[in-house]
Design a protein around this ligand. Structure first.
Ligand code: G16
Length: 543
């Protein structure tokens, strides 16, 4: 076997976005496209001799082929050992867990997360560092710079490796270990949560439905919920990972997981419902006739953290992304702990967790997690809720209402305008930026603007600065309108409009969310010209 040096030329546009490089499969299948990006990763990292790398993905179309290429390139770059999930499968949280447990120097995650899969869908690749979290921007920018200067890549002509056989094998002098994708992760979950209490809950007749959306969390949920916790067979639905996610959109929100919502709204609904996304890092929590917003879920987890053995010592601090509602801030205040506001992207939480400033993190985009790993973790959130339900012995709806009664309710919604003309979206953001200085102090209907800015963040640990992270219009009563362009879309631009309104009075906690936010929605449109500029009369998705 030998190492080949293959001449190549740079591809434009290989800059990682919010979470790695995500493109259409057709773009990834161009000769040299994946190889170039992987070469840039290895060039950025330096030689890997003597080190362990973790590789796995969400099982989408091209997962296996991409892994074979990465293994051959790892061998050519002196990596000593690679841990690969059997069948090429590792959820994003499992990659983070395995990197940390086996003290690997990093990992490569193959996923476009919640984006659709299949030959016409999306593919993605992301590098995670030794703490188990997504590479920070300094590293991804260095990788991007390397993609733009490539003249060749190096690859072994050995292989392929049998990805389905557990155990150790060699590839051109590099050890490849095919590991059980679930074992390390399940062992960690059993340490964090009161499995005995959850087992007793299921044994007492409690019923749940976990919709894995034909994505990666199926095997994890089946092993843990139905295997270790004794939930009845059939608790996990759509549990088999498919290359195209069964044609669905594995994004756990009430729109894409409509089947679960219908089940939880209907007669004979189970006690608890949950769903997760393509790579298993997102979650949606559902009670009977009630989908819990991700922002509320973070706040409720924070307020009740000590029910779980892994958090019995309390919470050091909380972090949320800027567009996430301020519900968690109220809990932090009550607990006397800090609440950090970061830009969108789980990568911004890593430093805060490493510095032990925060225990819990969450995002409006159905992401919740803790310092147990450095990625958001879908099944972790579901297990936390199960632990909470087992300890409190109350239904989801009652827990949520009691939380609102104590802390107030943050009505919250996100309106997505997907695949709009990128130039029109950029022009809208530029026009908003230009208006910012004049907005503060203006009165719109019953709201007065207290602050209007383009969010910037200085990392309190390494002092790195991120600018232009979203337009915030904050009203005097704390209500907010936020505009951002998505960093994970693969078609045109996606405009995200986030809306939040606080209501302290429990007598007013049962208003329809869109109705409660209607005045803010109208203000957002008049300030930005969103509908007119995008040529759309309504959002593509409302969550
Ligand atoms: C990624 C990031 C999240 C972010 C989300 C949405 O999630 O890890 O931090 O909130 O994208 O980002 P955007 O609003 O830029 O589309 P995932 O689950 O897609 O990896």
């Amino acid at each position: 076997m030998s190492i080949q040096t293959i001449p190549t030329t740079p591809f434009a546009g290989q800059r990682p976005g919010t979470s790695g490089l995500r493109k259409k499969v057709t773009e990834f299948l161009q000769p040299g496209y994946l190889e170039n990006f992987v070469e840039a990763i290895f060039l950025t990292l330096g030689e890997g001799a003597g080190r362990t790398l973790v590789v796995g993905g969400d099982g989408r179309y091209f997962n296996r082929g991409a892994i074979q290429t990465i293994l051959r390139m790892a061998a050519a770059h002196g990596v000593q050992r690679v841990l690969v999930g059997r069948g090429g499968i590792l959820s994003t949280p499992a990659v983070s867990c395995v990197i940390r447990k086996h003290a690997a120097f990093g990992g490569i995650v193959l996923s476009a997360s919640h984006n659709p899969g299949g030959p016409d869908g999306d593919f993605g690749i992301k590098y995670n560092i030794g703490n188990g979290g997504p590479a920070p921007e300094t590293l991804t920018e260095a990788m991007f710079a390397n993609t733009q200067a490539l003249t060749h890549y190096r690859i072994s002509d050995a292989g392929p490796v049998d990805l389905d056989q557990l155990g150790s094998t060699q590839l051109d002098g590099m050890a490849v270990e095919i590991i059980d994708p679930v074992a390390d992760y399940a062992e960690l979950m059993a340490r964090l949560f009161d499995f005995a209490a959850i087992r007793a809950l299921f044994a007492g007749g409690f019923r749940m439905r976990f919709d894995a959306m034909h994505a990666v969390s199926g095997p994890y949920a089946t092993t843990i919920l139905e295997g270790m916790l004794g939930a009845p067979a059939g608790t996990v639905v759509n549990g088999e990972p498919l290359e195209d996610f069964g044609g669905g959109h594995p994004d756990p929100n009430p729109v894409n997981a409509a089947e679960l919502i219908a089940c939880m709204d209907g007669p004979g609904a189970p006690d608890f419902g949950a769903a997760s996304d393509g790579d298993g890092d997102r979650n949606m929590i559902v009670g009977r006739r009630l989908a819990v917003t991700p922002s509320d879920s973070l706040a409720i987890i924070a307020a009740n953290a000590t029910v779980a053995p892994g958090y019995a010592g309390g919470v050091q601090g909380i972090a949320r992304s800027m567009p996430t509602s301020t519900a968690a801030d109220r809990v932090a205040e009550a607990l006397g702990i800090s609440c950090f506001e970061t830009p969108t992207g789980w990568k911004y939480f890593g430093n805060l967790m490493d510095a032990e400033l925060v225990t819990l993190c969450g995002e409006e985009s159905y992401g919740t997690g803790s310092h147990h790993i450095r990625e958001k973790d879908g099944l972790w959130a579901v297990l936390f809720w199960l632990n909470l339900l087992a300890v409190r012995g109350k239904p989801v709806g009652e827990i949520v209402r009691e939380h609102w009664a104590r802390f107030g309710r943050n009505y919250y919604s996100r309106h997505d305008y997907e695949a709009v003309d990128a130039a029109a979206a950029d022009a809208m953001m530029a026009a908003l930026r230009a208006q910012l200085p004049a907005l503060a102090g203006q009165v719109f209907g019953s709201f007065r603007v207290a602050l209007a800015d383009d969010f910037a963040y200085t990392d309190p640990v390494d002092h790195s600065v991120a600018t232009r992270q979203g337009i915030r219009i904050v009203m005097a009563d704390g209500s907010r309108i936020v505009f951002r362009l998505s960093g994970t879309g693969t078609e045109g631009a996606t405009v995200r409009l986030y809306l939040e309104r606080y209501e302290a009075d429990p007598a007013r906690h049962d208003i329809d969310t869109q109705y409660a936010l209607s005045e803010l929605i109208a203000i957002a449109d008049s300030v930005s010209g969103l509908r007119q500029r995008t040529g759309r009369d309504r959002p593509t998705v409302v969550t």
